[in-house]
Design a protein around this ligand. Sequence first.
Ligand code: ADP
Length: 174
Amino acid sequence: MNRLHIILGDITTIQTDAIVNAANTTLLGGGGVDGAIHRAAGPDLLKECRTLHGCPTGQAKATKAYRLPCRYVIHTPGPIWRGGMQNEDALLASCYQNALRLACELNCQTVAFPSISTGVYHFPLARAARIAIDTILCSLQAHPEIHCVTMVCFDKHTQAAYEQALAEKEQLNG
Ligand code: ADP
């Protein structure tokens, strides 16, 4: 059974147990997907985020989802791209890993991710997609309780990069 899906869409509309937010380390809201999630969830999300006192890059913290059609929002700050020598690859991988570990602890069976760090944080898209796909597939093996992960891409260019990364991985595995 295929447990990883790549779709084009708006993550705030996805019915799933948890959605992941590409947050910043303050967890107090921002632009991009973070802004969209806060707008759709309503002001109580920010209230709960204030009680969390931020989150380090690559780690993950969960809140309730308020008006969103999911149970939890898992907030994870991705790395800002600074040329590739500042541990960006490992930090991006830990975002996916820690978000899925937390989803598991919360008994989530379905999780949706946005393309972390490839917006205003400028992580190169193809490289981010490969790291995301590798890490999600690896984490799915470690967490059989998670039935399915959906990568929700906001534009076709992003969707194509994740599909390419998945196709490369499948080719490699024969
Ligand atoms: P980061 O700061 O981690 O780079 P951004 O929010 O700037 O985060 O961008 C991450 C990705 O999320 C980008 O591909 C952006 O197009 C996408 N995005 C923006 N809004 C949404 C949304 N509502 N649903 C899914 N993805 C979104």
